[in-house]
Design a binder for this molecule. Structure first.
Ligand SMILES: *Cc1c(COP(=O)(O)O)cnc(C)c1O
Length: 234
């Protein structure tokens, strides 16, 4: 095996082991946590090596990059996730490619996705992105907007609202990240009590390379890991 492929496989094995240990600390197993590889730093060739190593959930932050990489890797059996901001004029091209949109951040976007889903006669799994730390540089509904966003999203006939997503504050240590993740879990628990019966907020998409252990300990069901997978590769 070439050294790049070997390094990626080693990084993946190491991350899976750390996921399993964090899951055990939260009374769960590795099977309860889905690893979505953040692929924004790398091109199709490295992504291909990652898929060959066994990681088939891929997440892109920018719709245009997702379109390009999905086309370049169309021969592979992978599942794409959109983890970054989705502009309404990019919904049409994105929808046929993705299995989960992590980043529904406004009622208008929820309505736009539903309209396109109707045109495709399919349903779409989505998460609501919440800006728990309230930083101006980040996308996501503020915590006090979350109930209104959920009400609109849950009323769209073609959307399956599966849970919530967040990014921890940009400036802050592990303890600050943990507090943001705990806040998302609490918000989920509050909203779950007020959800229509057809909506179950089971998924919490939170945790990246630097803070996924804390996120899992606080209840993450999906972690989005990019740079750590590609560490040590020129
Ligand atoms: C880039 C990105 C990630 C992965 O970040 P790393 O720190 O490289 O693991 C996860 N989620 C989102 C939304 C991202 O944009």
């Amino acid at each position: 095996m070439d050294t790049t492929a070997k390094r990626i496989a080693e990084n993946l094995a190491d991350i899976r082991q750390r996921i399993a240990r964090a899951a055990a600390r939260s009374g769960r197993t590795a099977a309860d946590i889905r690893l979505v590889a953040g692929t924004k730093y790398v091109g199709p060739d490295l992504i291909r090596l990652l898929v060959e190593a066994g990681c088939v959930d891929l997440g892109e932050s920018r719709p245009q990059a997702l379109w390009d990489k999905a086309a370049a890797l169309a021969d592979l059996n992978v599942t794409w996730h959109l983890v970054g901001h989705l502009q309404r004029n990019k919904v049409r091209r994105t929808l046929p490619l993705v299995s989960l949109i992590h980043s529904v951040d406004s009622p208008r976007l929820a309505e736009a996705i539903d309209a396109e889903a109707a045109a495709l006669s399919r349903r779409v799994d989505v998460l609501l992105e919440i800006n728990v730390s309230g930083e101006a540089a980040k996308h996501g509904a503020l915590p006090d907007e979350a109930a209104a966003l959920l009400a609109v999203a849950a009323a769209q006939p073609r959307l399956n609202v599966r849970g919530l997503m967040t990014m921890a504050r940009l400036e802050g240590d592990a303890a600050a990240a943990r507090a943001d993740f705990a806040r998302l879990r609490q918000l989920r628990d509050e909203l779950a009590g007020r959800c229509p019966p057809n909506v179950q907020l089971t998924e919490l998409s939170m945790g990246m390379s630097g803070d996924f252990a804390e996120a899992i300990e606080e209840g993450a069901t999906i972690v989005r890991i990019g740079s750590a997978l590609f560490e040590g590769i020129a």
